[in-house]
Design a binder for this molecule. Sequence first.
Ligand code: ADP
Ligand code: F6P
Length: 461
Amino acid sequence: MPSRGRLINVANRLPVNRVETAQGGRWVESPGGLVTALAPIIRKTGGAWVGWTGTTADKRFNPFVHEGIGIRPVAISESELDGYYNRFSNRTLWPLYHDAIRAPEFERKTWRPYVEVNQRFAKAAASVAQKGDLVWVHDYHLQLVPAMLRRLRPDVRIGFFLHIPFPPEELFQWLPWRRQILEGLLGADVVGFQTYAGAQNFSRLARDYTTADGTDTQLAYEGRIITVGSFPISIDTRWFEAAASSERAEKLSRDIRQRLGNDRKILLCVDRLDYTKGIDARLKAYELLLQCGKTSADRSVLVQIAVPSRERVFEYGDMRKDIEQLVGRINGEYSEPGRVAVHYFRRNFPREDLAAYYRAADVMVVTPLRDGMNLVAKEYVATRTDNTGVLILSEFAGAARELRRSLLVNPRDIEGMAEAMHEAIRMPAQEARHRMAMLRMQVRRHDVYEWADTFLEAMRR
Ligand code: ADP
Ligand code: F6P
């Protein structure tokens, strides 16, 4: 908890979303780990949250207070949103920072809206910040904000945290605006990443492409000292434990098991519909398992819950078609009467229901090709209060650094993933319990509150 200065949080999305209705519209909470962890600190310090409203209506919204949190909306027009969010953030930076799993787009006309929207966020933050405040900027959408804000308000402490991976030089150097991005980030007093590798990549690039000098964890730049480090984000562990232990979750999870077949092993996958999540490769791995007879629709079922995401970005629609075709192919080939091989739900679930699904699952399959952290893996572990269940986890998720006792897999090795699924299904109860107990210890010790405290502590130093 900060002992001085208010916390001003700056993120692409506000903790509330504007929903326009015939009656005129209202603000709806968008709960998530970040909001849960930071809202109490913002509330306690009398701080604020600067972010986009989630709509592109021409209407401008005045600052207001929502449940004790000052909300400073940033308006973004339809065409700006296309350049800043759909294109530069999600067609250039997102694929580039995720190992270029899809070819990034490099178009000069999308850089300008990125700069302009970042400038608007910086101005909005400058207008609400007071001397001595801690201004915490989040994620790849806003990498220019730290330097822009420093020029406007040299009297505040600035932190930046990147929620996604930070790529190695071989990839980052593709970016025509690489120096500008690095200089933008160097405006912060603390630059944080999910993993130590991300911090190292950044420090090395800052030394190579800017006037910064120093080590992997400390850089001297323009007369200031900048702390660079890894701050692995986590979840509200106690909330997931409680949600999964509730009477409602118990009933729902029993119902899910019964409907899917109590005698079947349930393999669960929960992702945003994103090409970084490796959904297609894991479906192919499960198909292989069915093909070689190591399991059957009678003995096990794979449940894929996928939440629609970034649907206006071309690559996402394309991937959705591929996945839906694959699900159809597997079911056509391997389902049996009353026993569907793969259940596919493309929708949002309330968090309480997700907790019940986690509780119902024998095996959780989390196999992104690259992921900053992956909170789903931690959420599953948190819900396994009786130490049952097996987690299969990609080596390329940030979470793999911490969740060492999961079954670690290379998501590009389909046969290897099929073997891991087979091993998970057959794992002796005692071994599963031992592994899960170790995993649970990790997520209980390191929750999202500890993450926020550690970052804010570094900002105050
Ligand atoms: P990312 O940040 O890339 O979306 P994470 O795994 O870190 O990936 O976080 C995803 C978050 O979204 C988790 O908190 C998870 O519970 C939530 N989530 C994923 N799928 C759904 C869904 N279908 N319905 C509701 N929430 C979901
Ligand atoms: O993990 C990166 C991230 O941008 C999160 O911050 C966000 O919650 C998630 O992806 C969903 O992305 P979007 O805000 O584009 O819907």
